[in-house]
Design a protein around this ligand. Structure first.
Ligand code: PLP
Length: 407
């Protein structure tokens, strides 16, 4: 008997290689061999010289934490100051703040895992729009849950609220509850941010569904600090229905503090009833213990410092604004050139990614790869990471996209 055969059958064909990392590895190898490469695959912000962009103020925050404090275990639900600071960061301008609590998690990913484990029964499926971050599926599968989708866009390119309504009705019949993941603003992979009109249409649908079954809505705000509008628009939009459903947010320090490897995040829960909120925090904390035990103490303490110490906070905001402007210049150039080239993509005003609609994404991505331009093929589109594409590379990127779509 070979050792591989001892894997349980349902795990035998999973494979750990993320296709995005495989494409990135090839792009890096070819660039190192001297080829001129545009690598628009990775979801991290690189500066114009292709160095990973960081915030010096965050490095200073790390330096302020003593070795002894950092070495100790973090409390299971995370350091209390961090948890409070995250709630304030997310909900400061809203009355919902008084009804919210946060549990620290390893990145936003941890918050997604907590939601899946606690708001769906085994065998049930989370619901999300048809363009979604692929690890949603892995997270669900890992937990013995599934993932169902609804068409994200109408023919006119707006968020398809009708499709969501139907999908919620089906989930009510099939599983009697629903957990909806909405990644906005700056959806990965499409770049789309729900706007005021989308939220107005969405609110009554959520309210009606919540009247018929337990409904939890998780807003994945991983990219919120890099959008064009107010990063807290979604809070105001959901305030009127927050009482009827459980509102969750996956808060992430990865992009906002350019700390992808620190694994700092939080699951924020808004629940008006204090006793229910306490039970939810208890359930989430128990899952933390069972999944990863404790979070990165140094990372959560340093980010806490960035959130709460006024001078440091101001520096972080200034430094982040410079990175946002860097990205925004690329977004503006891309959308202008893409319009001129006739590329079709969802409304894109900011964020790390945009998706260009495409009938044969695998073939188009392959054509581009041969020419040294790397993008990620996904169902019905090519995902383009402007975050990792310097401004000077954007014209070549758009040309390669236009050419591959014509071929
Ligand atoms: N949600 C989306 C849509 C993402 O793209 C990512 C990271 O790429 C995350 C959540 C979670 O990131 P992290 O776990 O690093 O906070």
């Amino acid at each position: 008997m070979t050792s591989a055969s001892r894997l349980i059958p349902s795990r035998a064909e999973r494979g750990g290689d993320d296709p995005i990392f495989a494409l990135n590895a090839e792009a890096v190898r070819r660039r190192q061999a001297g080829e001129s490469i545009v690598n628009s695959t990775l979801g991290a912000l690189f500066d114009e010289e292709l160095r990973l962009a960081t915030l010096p103020a965050v490095a200073e925050a790390y330096a302020r934490i003593s070795a002894e404090r950092a070495a100790a275990y973090a409390p299971i639900a995370g350091p209390p100051a961090f948890r409070e600071a995250v709630v304030l960061d997310l909900l400061a301008s809203s009355d919902l703040r008084a009804h919210a609590a946060a549990v620290a998690t390893p990145g936003g990913t941890g918050a997604l895992a907590l939601a899946v484990a606690n708001f769906l029964e085994p065998g049930q499926a989370l619901l999300t729009p048809s363009f979604y971050w692929q690890p949603y599926e892995t997270i669900a599968e890992q937990a013995g849950r599934g993932l169902e989708t609804f068409a994200m866009f109408t023919a006119a390119g707006r968020f398809d609220v009708g499709a969501l309504e139907q999908a919620l009705a089906l989930q009510r019949e099939r599983q009697g509850r629903a957990l909806l993941f909405l990644n906005t603003p700056c959806n990965n992979p499409t770049g789309y941010s729900l706007d005021a009109a989308d939220w107005s249409a969405l609110r009554p649908v959520l309210a009606a569904a919540a009247a018929r079954m337990p409904l939890s809505v998780l807003v994945d705000v991983a990219y919120a600090r890099f959008g064009a509008g107010d990063p807290l628009d979604w809070v105001r939009a959901l305030e009127p229905v927050a009482e009827r459903l459980t509102l969750l947010a996956a808060w992430s320090g990865s992009k906002a503090y350019a700390q992808y490897g620190a694994r700092v995040g939080a699951c924020v829960v808004v629940e008006r009833d204090e006793a229910s909120r306490g039970r939810i925090v208890g359930a989430l904390s128990a899952s933390c213990r069972g999944l990863w035990s404790n979070v990165n103490h140094l990372g959560t303490l340093a980010v806490s410092e960035c959130l709460t110490e006024p001078a440091l906070r101001a520096r972080v905001e200034r430094e982040r604004e410079a990175l946002r402007a860097l990205l925004h210049a690329r977004v503006e150039l891309f959308t202008r050139l893409a319009r001129a080239a006739g590329l079709r993509h969802p409304r894109y005003e900011g964020g790390f990614f945009v998706a260009v609609f495409c009938a044969e994404p695998a073939r188009a991505a392959e054509t581009m790869r041969q020419r040294g331009v790397f993008v990620v093929p996904i169902a019905g589109a090519l995902r383009v990471a402007l975050c990792s594409s310097p401004l000077a590379s954007v014209p070549r990127l758009v040309e390669a996209l236009a050419e591959a779509l014509r071929a």
